[in-house]
Ligand binder design. Structure first.
Ligand SMILES: [Zn+2]
Ligand SMILES: [Zn+2]
Ligand SMILES: [Zn+2]
Length: 165
């Protein structure tokens, strides 16, 4: 089966001239959602060879502007790009390792778009990021705690060297 989002069809439908660079950028983003521009540039280089970082940035900018890609900007992180657009989904991000996962809007039909007071705005998107600790990091944290306890015990044993004059 062909993927639903064939890159060249997508570009054509949005009236964007098809270039090898834009196709490669679209493919790279769809292969690894939530990648940084640098990670995408690396993937594109692996696929089509030499391409400047600026060319990748330009392609990303155009594709975001035309609505083919979505850019999310978590605090303290470079922008991340994904090709899942227009569904107002949100993200779970691990504070420890940066793992980013898609999560549907809160239960109900996009309740976060019904702001209590919209101040006259027509709201079309709510950028919600749930910050926390991913399962893998939670498991690791438990392991580190145990190691620390062992270290403390061995330190307290080492207090016999007290020279008397
Ligand atoms: Zn994590
Ligand atoms: Zn996402
Ligand atoms: Zn929501």
């Amino acid at each position: 089966m062909k993927p639903v989002h064939d890159p060249s069809t997508l570009l054509r439908n949005h009236g964007i001239p098809i270039t090898a660079q834009r196709l490669a950028v679209l493919r790279a983003v769809s292969a690894r959602p939530h990648g940084t521009a640098d990670a995408i540039a690396e993937a594109v280089r692996a696929e089509i060879g030499a391409i400047s970082r600026q060319a990748v940035y330009n392609a990303l900018g155009t594709l975001v502007e035309k609505g083919l890609l979505r850019r999310i900007q978590p605090a303290g992180s470079p922008a991340l790009y994904e090709d899942r657009v227009g569904d107002n989904h949100h993200h779970l991000i691990c504070r420890a390792c940066g793992k980013t996962v898609d999560v549907a809007c809160a239960v109900g039909k996009r309740p976060c778009l019904d702001a209590e007071d919209n101040a006259g705005f027509q709201i079309d998107e709510a950028e919600v990021i749930y910050w926390g600790t991913c399962p893998a990091c939670l498991t690791q944290a438990t392991g580190t705690g145990a190691a620390k306890t062992v270290l403390k015990i061995s330190e307290s044993v080492n207090s016999t060297h007290n020279p008397t004059i």
